[in-house]
Write a protein that binds this ligand. Sequence first.
Ligand SMILES: Cc1cc2nc3c(=O)[nH]c(=O)nc-3n(C[C@H](O)[C@H](O)[C@H](O)COP(=O)(O)OP(=O)(O)OC[C@H]3O[C@@H](n4cnc5c(N)ncnc54)[C@H](O)[C@@H]3O)c2cc1C
Length: 433
Amino acid sequence: MSDRYDCIIVGAGPAGIAAAYKLAGAGLSVLVFERGGFPGSKNMFGGILYSTILNRLIPEFWKEAPVERHVVRRRYSFLSKDSEAAFDLKFDAFNNPPYNHSFTVLRARFDKWFAKKAEEAGAVVVTEAVVDDFITEGERVQGVKVRMEGGTVYGDVVICAEGANSLLSEKIGMKKRPDPANMVLGVKEIISLPKGVIEDRFSLEDGEGAALEFFGEALGGEIGSGFIYTNRETLSVGIGCPISVLKEKGMKPYELIESFKRHPSVKNFLRGGKIEEYSARMIPEGGYDSLPALTRDGLLLTGDCAGLVNPSLYKEGTNLAMASGVFAADTVIEAKEKGDFSKATLDGYVKRLQESFVLKDLKRYRDVPATLHSVPGFFKEYPEGIMELLQGHFTVTEESKEDVHREIKRLFRDKVSIWRLVRDIYKLRRLIT
Ligand SMILES: Cc1cc2nc3c(=O)[nH]c(=O)nc-3n(C[C@H](O)[C@H](O)[C@H](O)COP(=O)(O)OP(=O)(O)OC[C@H]3O[C@@H](n4cnc5c(N)ncnc54)[C@H](O)[C@@H]3O)c2cc1C
């Protein structure tokens, strides 16, 4: 490790490694610092890697990357205390390359592989190296201080890809401590099951994967969701809930995941499985209106530390992180050619984000975070009301169908006013459209 590089990158997650791969490929000297024992060792996510950007960087990457399954089945469930209404989709077309750019992966394996690709391209990746601070001269960032011997390293520019727990970006004043209403705590277990059992239980062929999302009683009627994603021989099972809600309601994440796993519509998917791992991480879901400053002289923020997560039903973070890494790298390459690493030049990064799906999507779904908090009925009264309606409809009795329908309409109206329902449907349209 020398003490001067063209670019220093903090963090070997999808954003940092995408940037490193692109920069090294362009012939720049790149140094990545990662605090984990190896890239991915400290990382966790729900489980679906969205890969349009990765496929541009490494065409047909799935032929060599440690992907678990490609996702062909999507299932969205509304749970009440003991019942479920689900919307189940399966697309055979997603069995063909590029597999709808959706793969389940385990980060400990995937990040390690991706970082190796960056090393092969010429980047230097140093692990067990915690960056404690930026080195600045006036406004300009000139390098980093690392918790290791000889840990003062200089660079023309620094790309910060430190993830959701963005201590460095906050320390240098690029962002404020995030609002707990916009930070979702994700808790996940890896549960092992034999491959054949997973395929039978989730109606999958060899290699196919399923992504199941659960709302409503999945979290005791609070904002958030539960999920089950299928890996090759394990399931990724978890919940996500805003930190503000956990605090206000005094709820404990491990109790929430336990109660999710016990729900009658969830427990059979997990039957006989063995818990292999338990982990928790934050997701920045504040969206467009919570974006921090993205550049300053000598510094760019990418991925989760820049708040680049789509908070709608798509829950896309990995693709946005990689896109931001690539755009940051393109901007650094341009800055290197000009010999100018000022904010004015680095703002080319913001322009690239604005012209891409990254900021276009964040802008489109900018109301989602506030809407979720302002329509609490979405997670409790509506699932309960709908389940009551459906249960009434399908219950066999000797009453006339007209009487049954009149009674269930009355029951639903007692719970939810029609005007409120219409208003909430209008507000919630942005979750999926
Ligand atoms: C529970 C959960 C479920 C999710 N589900 C999905 C999903 O299904 N699909 C999806 O696309 N996205 C999902 N996401 C979001 C996705 O994980 C993130 O958007 C993505 O990982 C962001 O990549 P990143 O590189 O910006 O940050 P990270 O992946 O967090 O990587 C940051 C890296 O920086 C390192 N680091 C941090 N600080 C320092 C330091 N000071 N010095 C050195 N190294 C440091 C960390 O160890 C880490 O390796 C989920 C997130 C969570 C928490």
